[in-house]
Structure formats: structure tokens, C-alpha cells
Design a protein around this ligand. Structure first.
Ligand code: ADP
Ligand code: MG
Length: 602
């Protein structure tokens, strides 16, 4: 052993270990502090091959270290202690080659103990000169370093939050110009206040080697811009101290996208909620979703009244079968879109008509049907009204023809019949023929009213006087059937612009019908009422009422339920009111009576 070695031995008594190893890796000498560092007596290690004591994963490192000429660079590996566990060891640059002792190449190495976790080379420090000064220490580390430096993910090492090393991506993530700008600063300078507590907890967990999961936090860059970050962390050792190794993932764009998604979802929801059409989802024939319009459509107070209930509970019976078929076709995937019309009962007891578009959707992963319902009740009534007015005009045209063609011969027949009049006792058929002729004349005169609507003469008329005239006319007939006609005029003295004769005809028709409806006798009440815009007249009877199917058809020409009826009275009535730009409505409860309400503009 040469002098250098003796000197080294003296130094070994301090912290570092010295060893002399042959080029084949045999330990020729080890300093006496091997006992305190590794647990081996000096003699125990001498003669052994160093590779026997090296962690298998690190052997390639050591091998390249010993069989290579680049011995100037430090090498770090795990050395097995006598207790079989490993200790991290770093060979320092105090490497001496000694060819003098023997033919075999010998190396004197200085071993420095590291902590028992992978270390971070001190040249990764933030200070620039240390960085450049030691950069050339090892090609391997240089590679690792440059890899870390150019890693596209921001990475940093901190001790209790204090930056020790930051890579280039991290530097740019924080908007700094260079790593030095971050030297001495703490993560807490950059993480928003609200995340400080959680960050502190994470650091202390890291130091206790507890698991730390993904953490989301908002960072504030040097330029004040906010960065949404996802942070992954691991514990490490830096310069012999417990430290935090952190990988930061910038999730700002993901968050932004999430916000956009959330916004568009909200917008979409608003769209559905505020749609005029009803949008509903049906799963197993039950409502499982319904928008605001749907709640209104069904006159429900709130969603729970509908949700979870069978759609057939609301649907009119005649439409159920067809709707079920449509739903089944959609559910089985046989059809992509179906249109169907149906009618529903509402909570208000009314019937509504809808047209629906059905498309497939899912409900908790199971096939379901989305139904868009449009209320077409109004359209349907308009259609019916159009149909009725169409019938009216046809009837009107017919009436004009009939009136002319029949009236003239009828006048002749009636005249001659009167001339031929024999004594009543001798021919009983005569009176029958005569009364039938009268009936034909009655029908004709009613038809003629229709045929000549253009002849109407408008004048200002007191409505009270007009009604009283009609009542006088019909009172005798009513009294015979023990019916009294009462009047209540709130709008007495009011004058309206109308065709007197036509309007009289209206009340004659209504009162006649009311009389017919009360074979057992009773009361008819006629009341008038006026506000700024319109005059309202009601004709109310306590008769047998009108069943819904009759109510629907009332006003159709020749529709009658009476044995001797003409079925023209109401048609004419409706027609006259229409000519006066008014409206007429019938309300009836079978068994209780009927009210006809006429509104005329003032
Ligand atoms: P007609 O009186 O000749 O039958 P209308 O057009 O006047 O023809 O009336 C048509 C039908 O409407 C009547 O047959 C009757 O069934 C019904 N109707 C009209 N008014 C009433 C009423 N006040 N009460 C009960 N049914 C009525
Ligand atoms: Mg009638």
C-alpha cells in the first residue's frame, strides 16, 4: 500500500468509507468504519467480490464503472448490509487509480452513504453555477437530467413546499423565464389559498410515506394567469432531506372543455324545460321524465303527479292499442322515428288532442322512448269549425234552391186545397194534409232565413224590448206546458246594432228548444249583462240537458234528436250570431239543464 492509501485510511475514520478494489472487483481493503456503516468487520469484506454485495438491479452500473475507463464520474448503487437490507452508496470523485501495487489494476474508491431512498443528484439544484459546474460529472446522469429537463410534463422537487429543482416544463407552466426565478420560492406562492390546507396535508402524508392520490388545484402563474392542475406526488430524498417529487399536469383545457360541456348541457336542459312542446321520456310505458310544458299540458300541479305513472292511465282508450304498437316498434329497434296522434285525459277532466313524435332513447341504460307531444286541440276545434261552416254554406246554397223550387208549387197547392175545403166531418184526411203542408212551409221559411243572409238590415235596437217581444210570442205556448219564462236584465236600456228579425229568430229558436227540453214543465231564465266591450245574453233551462255526443253535433244541418224536429234551428242561430260577429256557446249537464251564452260586440 502506498502513502496515499495510508492517508486515506486516516480519513476513513470520519464519515466516508474507503476501499481498495481490484479491477476484477475483489475487495482488497476496506476502512474500519465498514462496521458502523455496513455491519461487517473489516476482515469479513476483504477478499470478497464487491458484486456479491451489490443489489442485482444496480450491478450493471457498477460493472460499467469498474470495466470502463470513465471512472471520473460518480456511481450510485445499493450495497447490502450484513443485515441483508440495502444502503444507497455513492462513489465520489475522489477516485484514485493505483497501478503501482500490483499488475492487476487496483482502484481506491471513496464511498459516501446516501439515504435509503433513491437520491436526487445535487447538481439538479436551482443554482445555476452548480448546475453547469457539475453537469459533466456523468454521461448517464447527464442523459437522465436532460431527459428530465426536456420532459414535456412539468416536474419539480420541493422540500416542505420549497422548490429545489424545477424542470423546463414547470418553469414555463409557472410563466417564469428561468429556473433561477423560482429559486427560494415555495409552492404556496403559486397555489391558490383555498388549496393550501390540502397541500400541507399532502406534504405531511408524503413525509410519513402515506399514500397521496391525485390532487386537483389551481395555480397562479407569475403573470397572474390561473392554471388548473392535477398533481401527482411521491416522496423522495433531496440532499439527504425528505422531499416531495411532484408531477404537475395542466388540465386547464380539460377543465375549460368540462365547463363548455356543462354550459351546453345546461343550455340543452333549458331548451327542453322551456320548450312549448311537451318533451317526455317513457320507460316501460311509464312517464319517467316530463318537462314544464308537459306538466301544464296535463294540468298537473307538479311532476310527481305524472312521473312513474302509466301513460295509459292518461290516454283515451281508443288510442291505447295503436300507441302501444308504436312504442313497441321503437323499443325493439324496428323503427327510428314514429308519428302518431292521440287524445289524453287531463287532471282537469278535459280531453286534449296531441300529435307525437317518438324516438328511441335510453333510461338508465335500458331502452326507452322519447316523446315530443304537441297540443293540437285548438287546431282540431278549428278544423271542426271549418267543417261545420263548410256544411253551413252548402246547406245555405241548398236552401236557396229548395226554397225557390218548392215554395211556388206549394203556394199553388195550398191555395187550391183551401178552395176545395170540404166539411171537416166528411174527410178526416184533409186536415192531415193541410197540417203537413204547414210543416213544409215552416221548414221552408227557416231555410229561407239561411238562404238570404245578405238581406239583413241592421238597426239600433233595445235588447230588452227585443227579448220581451219574443217572450210575449212564446209565453202562451210555454204556459200550456207549465213553463214560466223569467227575465233578468242587468243591461236594460242598452241598445245594440243588429238585425231585429234575425235576432228574434235566435231567441225563438233557443226558447223553443228550451221548452222542448222540459216536457215536465219548469223555468226558463233569460238574463242580459254588459261590460265595456260586449253584451252577454244567457238562456238557461232546467231541462234534460244535452249528452256530449249531441253537444258535439249541435248546429249541424238536419241534426235533431226530436221526432218532429227539423235540425235547422241551431244551425240558423249559429249563422245569425256569426253574422253579428258574436259568439255562442252551449254548456250542459245532463239531467240538470242547459245554458246558451251569446256574446255580441258593442
Ligand atoms: P230541432 O230543435 O229541430 O231538433 P235544433 O237545431 O234546434 O233542431 O236542435 C238540435 C238538437 O239539439 C235538438 O234536437 C236537441 O237534441 C238539442 N238541443 C238543442 N237545445 C237544447 C236544449 N236546450 N236542451 C236539450 N237539448 C237541446
Ligand atoms: Mg229547435
Amino acid at each position: 500500500m502506498n502513502q496515499k492509501l495510508v492517508k486515506s485510511q486516516a480519513a476513513a475514520e470520519k464519515a466516508d468509507l474507503y476501499a481498495v478494489v481490484s479491477s476484477s472487483g475483489k475487495i482488497l481493503f476496506i476502512s474500519s468504519n465498514s462496521k458502523q456503516h455496513f455491519g461487517y468487520e473489516q476482515g469479513e469484506l476483504v477478499g470478497k467480490y464487491i458484486k456479491e454485495m451489490i443489489h442485482p438491479e444496480d450491478s450493471f452500473l457498477v460493472e460499467s464503472y469498474f470495466y470502463n475507463d470513465h471512472h471520473l464520474y460518480p456511481c450510485t448503487f445499493r450495497f447490502q448490509k450484513k443485515t441483508y437490507d440495502y444502503v444507497w452508496v455513492e462513489t465520489s470523485a475522489d477516485f484514485i487509480e493505483n497501478r503501482l501495487v500490483s499488475e492487476e489494476r487496483e482502484v481506491v474508491i471513496k464511498l459516501k452513504l446516501c439515504s435509503n431512498v433513491p437520491y436526487w443528484p445535487s447538481f439538479l439544484a436551482l443554482s445555476k453555477d452548480r448546475y453547469t459546474e457539475k453537469k459533466q460529472e456523468s454521461p448517464l446522469k447527464e442523459e437522465a437530467l436532460s431527459m428530465l429537463e426536456t420532459l414535456p410534463s412539468p416536474v419539480f422537487i420541493a422540500i416542505n413546499g420549497q422548490f429545489q429543482y424545477v424542470n423546463q416544463s414547470m418553469v414555463s407552466l409557472l410563466g417564469a423565464a428561468s429556473p433561477e426565478e423560482l429559486a427560494g420560492r415555495s409552492v404556496f406562492d403559486f397555489i391558490l389559498e383555498e388549496y393550501h390546507d390540502i397541500t400541507r396535508t399532502c406534504i405531511s402524508r408524503l413525509h410519513n410515506n402515506s399514500f397521496v392520490g391525485l390532487v386537483e388545484q389551481t395555480w397562479k402563474r407569475l403573470d397572474g394567469k390561473l392554471v388548473e392542475a392535477e398533481v401527482k406526488s411521491a416522496s423522495t430524498v433531496y440532499n439527504g432531506q425528505k422531499a416531495e417529487l411532484i408531477v404537475v399536469i395542466d388540465i386547464s383545457s380539460r377543465k375549460k372543455f368540462q365547463k363548455i360541456l356543462q354550459k351546453s348541457r345546461e343550455r340543452y336542459q333549458k331548451l327542453i324545460q322551456n320548450s312549448i312542446d311537451t318533451i317526455a321520456v317513457i320507460h316501460q310505458y311509464n312517464w319517467v321524465f316530463m318537462n314544464e310544458s308537459g306538466v301544464n299540458l296535463f294540468h298537473a300541479n307538479d311532476y310527481p303527479e305524472l312521473l312513474g305513472k302509466s301513460i295509459f292511465y292518461f290516454m283515451m282508450e281508443e288510442d291505447q292499442q295503436q300507441t302501444k304498437c308504436v312504442l313497441d316498434r321503437i323499443l325493439s329497434g324496428k323503427s327510428e322515428v314514429e308519428e302518431i296522434k292521440q287524445s289524453w285525459k287531463t287532471f282537469a277532466g278535459t280531453v286534449i288532442y296531441t300529435e307525437a313524435v317518438c324516438i328511441p332513447t335510453t333510461f338508465f341504460g335500458e331502452p326507452a322512448v322519447q316523446m315530443i307531444l304537441r297540443d293540437i286541440s285548438d287546431r282540431k276545434t278549428t278544423e271542426e269549425l271549418m267543417l261545420r261552416s263548410e256544411k253551413l254554406s252548402v246547406a245555405g246554397q241548398l236552401a236557396a234552391g229548395i226554397a225557390h223550387e218548392i215554395r211556388n208549387p206549394l203556394t199553388a197547392i195550398k191555395g187550391f186545397l183551401q178552395l176545395m175545403q170540404p166539411p171537416k166531418e166528411t174527410n178526416p184526411y184533409y186536415s192531415i194534409v193541410f197540417s203537413e203542408l204547414n210543416r213544409i212551409e215552416l221548414i221552408l221559411s227557416e231555410l229561407l232565413l239561411l238562404a238570404k243572409p245578405q238581406e239583413s238590415v241592421f238597426s239600433r235596437t233595445s235588447i230588452k224590448t227585443l227579448i220581451q217581444d219574443v217572450v210575449t210570442l212564446l209565453e202562451t205556448q210555454a204556459n200550456l206546458r207549465s213553463i214560466s219564462i223569467l227575465q233578468n236584465h242587468e243591461a236594460s236600456g242598452l241598445q245594440i246594432n243588429c238585425d231585429q228579425n234575425q235576432l228574434k229568430q235566435v231567441f225563438i229558436n233557443l226558447i223553443k228548444n228550451a221548452i222542448d227540453a222540459m216536457p215536465e214543465g219548469g223555468q226558463i231564465l233569460i238574463s242580459t249583462n254588459a261590460d265595456r266591450e260586449k253584451l252577454t245574453i244567457q238562456v238557461r233551462d232546467k231541462g234534460k240537458g244535452i249528452p256530449p255526443e249531441v253537444l258535439k253535433r249541435m248546429g249541424e244541418p238536419f241534426f235533431t234528436t226530436k221526432e218532429k224536429g227539423t235540425g235547422l234551428g241551431l244551425m240558423i242561430t249559429y249563422n245569425i250570431i256569426e253574422n253579428h260577429n258574436g259568439s255562442i256557446q252551449a254548456e250542459s249537464k245532463p239531467g240538470e239543464g242547459t245554458v246558451f251564452t251569446i256574446a255580441l260586440p258593442l
